[in-house]
Design a binder for this molecule. Sequence first.
Ligand code: DGL
Length: 270
Amino acid sequence: MKIGIFDSGYGGLTILEKIRARLPQYDYVYFGDNARTPYGSRSFEVVYQYTLECVKHLFDEGCQLVILACNTASAKALRTIQQNDLPNIAPNRRVLGVIRPTVEAIGEITKTRCVGLVATEGTIQSNSYPLEVAKLFSDVEVIGQACPMWVPLIESNEHHTLGADYFVHKYIDALFAKNSNIDTLILGCTHYPLLLEQIEKAVPAGVNILTQGDIVAASLEDYLGRHPEIASLCSRGGTIRFLTTESVDKFASSASIFLNQPIIAEHVTL
Ligand code: DGL
């Protein structure tokens, strides 16, 4: 059995990279629903339907465990899949998200107890981050800012352009105008590490920027340690396959830039 990593597009590659660096022994399947990306502006119902289809496909590919390496899917689909679908379709398999581990990490980092969140419209509207933060750290305030232009810029490989700089400043300035006490910024979308250099230049000095790759990788390692019954079912051949709903050539050329290595992708029709 393998470990599945799912995202609406290329963003989950930033998580995959860190997971493989920390846990290279396992076999992985990465699945990008590139033909239907972005998810960030879609309704709850649509994100849930798309995510469920992709999770089922990863189960069909032999995944024991699926990580939703996508905040939008974690915000809008994870709980329903865990509570309503898994018991019927695959009671012995697991689906995990990226929001909870990210929230767990902020408690020790913020000193001002004021945290900024940049994410897709869907993640911001779902209120998932403030709700999770309130459960763990009731004294921490979350100030959110939707950044609807960032994923399209990254998916179209336009993230190193002056146009991208403009949109980075636009949303970062809007966020800090809401509250200048923010000392920690969560990049709450797995695509956003691709804009890290520009974001670092745009935020006020001294602000901590939290990317999710290392956090999710550490959390997965911890999860597998606490669940030997799941870990023992995961095969250890160190392999990776890449699946996409888009053209394989398009996926392979963009994903190779993200990962800095040549890759071969397989097409999936859902
Ligand atoms: N990478 C996804 C996330 O973490 C979203 C991208 C999209 O809008 O599809 O939210």
